[in-house]
Write a protein of this length. Sequence first.
Length: 138
Amino acid sequence: MSAETAVQIAIRARLAASSAVLALVPAGNILDVNQRPAPTPSIILGESQAVDEGDSIARNRQRVFHTVHVWKKEPSLEGVKAICGAIRQAIHADRLMLPPGFHAADARVSNMRQMRDPDGETSHGVVTVEVLVKEVAP
């Protein structure tokens, strides 16, 4: 398993366990899919990138940047902003628990933005989660 996959699993588990997130988005709408239109409202686990931290000859520390997309049919950005805020709160609530073989040394929401989709009916939010991951013996 890659560090990116480990982070995605942990993010989904954290969001699906957050009462603040679930009050806004049903657990069944927190997905890893490539589809449009997405269910509304929905949280789509998106793209990721892992970058070696470069601070260890063991090369066992990576910073994973994971993108989370939020979709909601609404005339404003209010709902998407609320969902993004709940995601941030959930990520910052406690240390992310990664699958065996990985340890999350730090996790933070480094960027959130909300925009109107060109379809004129949908709001879209993008949340970037950064996780410092150390590979450990399982």
